[in-house]
Design a binder for this molecule. Structure first.
Ligand code: AMP
Ligand code: ZN
Length: 475
């Protein structure tokens, strides 16, 4: 079964397929604004997108997927932070970009193939060019202060993604939203949005040559994704993703800019993941209710346990974050490591063609990224493997390979879970000693009976050539 995801535009579940004749699947994920550490709400979105990337790699082959995630390194927030700290914008954004990369690595997220920055001179050029085309085509205009705005009424398709026009009719309010109310006197219509912002004194040294006919200044936020995705992936992309808060206005505006400029479909598939909440409220910098990765690591959790906890809820449903959920994740990862060690020992460490044992896990992942169902299927499958001392090594090797495919898809690095090993109680150790002796004496019946006793006591005995270890079984 191929990966299917809910498409926010058509409101339906659709399989993902590359449109390009070269078979390369193009994937654009809106990235972070780099002015502070990302919080684990942001990382929910990035971890979910990392699982999508991994599933695409498995389905199409790693060289047939092109993944782009941008860095917003020039906007109101980044400029304000640089001004407050009396530092250069580039220095501040580099600091937080490095931190973002370190956190992504700790969470075992694959790096995107390209990570363009909005303030990179070549992408400033790309943004300026796009704005000039929009002005020439009559989709954008210069305001009195030399800024450039997109004329929303010039694009019939505006509101298709967010159904904003329907919502407006229902609640009888205007299309405008809070950030658009700012500078309203510069615009022809309250719904128009900035493509280019003319320089203001508070922007300090941060200004670039404006599009033809406009003042020097800086790009508006939305244009960066339109311009950079076009420059790297072409005018039409196979999949565009982000957190649900980006659906309106950011993605609606991206569609308007790109489709008016390029005259073709911008994204063939839109996927939005839901928010991480704390006490029922969205985790956000402005509410101050956030946890960073470092906060949780300081509490003794591994980044891998946090990754697991972020994937334990359905990505298209809100997830309430609790420390209990990270505790549970830590225990589950310990179990997965136990199973992995068991399979390595029983297979003699040999891998072979993956077996179909974990197909139910992939079925759940492929069905709109149902990660909680997939984790349920994973543990169910592990418990029903029924491997005995007589199971041929080569057979266990193919189960091991299939299990490692699942671990890859989830991005669980079991060498990085730093969970202290639990000591087995004395009576279990005694049973294990007896079983080891029975095995040496080739008394298989006694060895199997003793294994059953060890299992009944909640432990798993992992055999090696020169000895054994004991792992607690999941309850
Ligand atoms: P930002 O750095 O604010 O541009 O956000 C980066 C990404 O994190 C975007 O895709 C947002 O939609 C997403 N995001 C922000 N807050 C949350 C949250 N509480 N839960 C999940 N995703 C979030
Ligand atoms: Zn974007």
């Amino acid at each position: 079964m191929a990966l299917k995801l809910y498409d926010s535009l058509t409101r339906s579940l659709k399989p993902l397929q590359p449109a390009n004749a070269n078979g390369v699947f193009t994937f654009y994920n809106c990235g972070p604004t780099v002015y502070a550490p990302a919080h684990i709400g942001n990382f929910r979105t990035f971890v979910v997108n990392d699982v999508i990337r991994r599933l695409l790699d498995l389905e199409f082959g790693p060289d047939k997927v092109k993944h782009v995630r941008n860095l917003t390194d020039v906007d109101d927030k980044t400029i304000k932070r640089a001004r407050e700290e009396g530092r250069a914008l580039a220095e501040v954004t580099k600091q937080w970009t490095d931190k973002f990369h370190a956190d992504c690595d700790a969470l075992n997220c694959l790096r995107p193939h390209v990570e363009p920055r909005a303030a990179d001179p070549k992408f400033i050029d790309a943004q300026r060019n796009m704005i000039e085309v929009l002005m020439e085509k009559g989709n954008a205009y210069r305001a009195a202060d030399g800024s450039v705005y997109f004329k929303v009424s010039s694009f019939d398709g505006y509101g298709r993604l967010s159904r904003v026009k329907e919502r407006e009719l229902q609640i009888g309010t205007s299309l405008s939203h809070k950030s658009q109310a700012v500078d309203a006197d510069e615009k022809e219509d309250a719904t128009d949005f900035a493509l280019w912002k003319a320089w203001k004194p508070e922007d300090g040294p941060n200004k670039w040559t404006g599009p033809k006919g406009a003042s020097d200044g800086r790009p508006g936020w939305h244009i960066e994704c339109s311009a950079m995705s076009k420059a790297i992936l072409g005018p039409t992309i196979d999949l565009h993703t982000g957190g649900v808060d980006l659906l309106f206005p950011h993605h609606e505006n991206e569609i308007a800019q790109s489709e008016c400029c390029n005259g073709t479909t911008f994204a063939r598939h839109w996927y939005h993941s839901e928010h991480l909440l704390v006490d029922g409220k969205k985790m956000s910098k402005s509410l101050g209710n956030l946890y960073t990765l470092d906060d949780l690591v300081a509490k003794g959790f591994s980044p891998m346990a946090i990754r697991y906890a972020l994937l334990a809820g359905h990505p298209r449903k809100q997830l309430n974050f609790t420390l209990d959920s990270v505790h549970a994740a830590k225990v589950n990862l310990g179990d997965l490591r136990g199973w992995h060690e068991f399979l390595v020992i029983r297979s003699g460490g040999q891998r072979s063609t993956p077996s179909g044992h974990f197909n139910s896990v992939f079925d759940a992942l492929h069905d709109d990224l149902n990660t909680p169902a997939a984790l349920g299927a994973l543990f169910k499958t592990l418990k029903s493997l029924g491997i005995t001392d007589e199971t041929p090594q080569v057979q266990v090797g193919s189960i091991l390979s299939a299990f490692e495919r699942v671990l890859f898809a989830f991005g669980f690095d079991l060498s990085a879970i730093d969970e202290p090993k639990t000591e087995a109680p004395a009576e279990v150790t005694a049973l294990a000693e007896k079983r080891w002796a029975a095995k040496q004496a080739k008394d298989w019946a006694a060895a199997d009976a003793l294994r059953a006793e060890i299992t009944a006591a909640g432990w798993s005995m992992l055999d090696r050539k020169d000895g054994y270890s004991l792992e607690p079984l999941k309850k």
